[in-house]
Design a binder for this molecule. Structure first.
Ligand code: AMP
Length: 243
């Protein structure tokens, strides 16, 4: 029943163009990546995950990757200056002209200020016809986050995400689609997770106030089933209200 409600909302939204910037904000494990993928399909705008871009740089051994790895491995944020150059490069690409979904950026108040200035100053003419940036904040219970993060596994071949506690594969540690051995992100190990959550509380949570004061914060209950979160996110973006 829930999914047909979601489909109905999505059906209407297919008509919408020029969504503008959508910022997904919440702790690690809140479901930003999962929801970003639905939004990407619904609106036809790209998902920009700074975590994914950094991991790609690490695996390709670029200069940025070498610098970022030290921070990422210990669960702390990569310095803002490194992130700005990367974000500016990605946001300037042609697929961003009608909007984009930011997943994991901005993550500090200076990054949010940088983004406002960047979007205001750059020649983002096409974004002027779009809606103003909306910020969707996912609120999730701390214990639920721990369960999501410690249980998260992914398939290195097809990218499918599992959770050994909540959505396990049919055969332990093997992908249902292609049988590849599942992997765990290095920073999803329990000692790094607590660092990441502390970093979120200290550096990212103040962003809620930053965006609330500017009337842009839409708060969503991220503890609900994933389809319900999706329909709340879609409605919040369409109607600009918290649910
Ligand atoms: P994520 O995949 O979003 O959980 O990010 C993984 C790691 O990448 C984080 O723990 C940080 O070390 C780094 N990272 C990702 N995005 C940012 C950002 N916007 N600012 C600083 N560090 C970031």
């Amino acid at each position: 029943m829930e999914s047909s409600a979601t489909d109905a909302v999505k059906g209407q939204l297919k008509m919408v163009t020029g969504v503008g910037p959508v910022i997904l904000f919440g702790p690690p494990g809140a479901g930003k990546g999962t929801q970003a993928k639905v939004l990407m399909e619904t609106y036809g705008i790209p998902q920009i995950s700074t975590g994914d871009i950094l991991r790609e740089n690490v695996s390709q051994g670029t200069e940025l990757g070498k610098k970022a790895k030290v921070y990422m491995d210990s669960g702390v944020y990569v310095p803002d200056e490194l992130v700005y150059e990367m974000a500016a490069g990605r946001l300037s690409q042609a697929d961003c002209v009608k909007g984009f979904i930011l997943d994991g950026f901005p993550r500090t108040v200076p990054q949010a200020t940088w983004l406002d200035t960047f979007l205001g100053n750059r020649a983002f003419e096409t974004l002027k016809d779009c809606r103003p940036a909306v910020v969707v904040m996912f609120k999730v219970d701390y214990n639920a986050l721990l369960q999501r993060l410690t249980g998260r596994r992914s398939c290195p071949t097809c990218g499918r995400i599992y959770n050994v506690h909540l959505a396990p594969p049919r055969v332990p540690d093997k992908c249902d689609c292609d049988g590849s051995p599942l992997i765990q992100r290095a920073d999803d190990h329990v000692n790094v997770i607590s660092e990441r959550l502390k970093e979120y509380e200290k550096q990212t949570l103040p962003l809620a106030d930053y965006y609330r004061k500017r009337g842009r914060l839409l708060e969503i209950d991220g503890d609900q089933p994933v389809e319900k979160v999706t329909s709340d996110v879609l409605r919040a973006i369409e109607h600009g209200n918290s649910l």
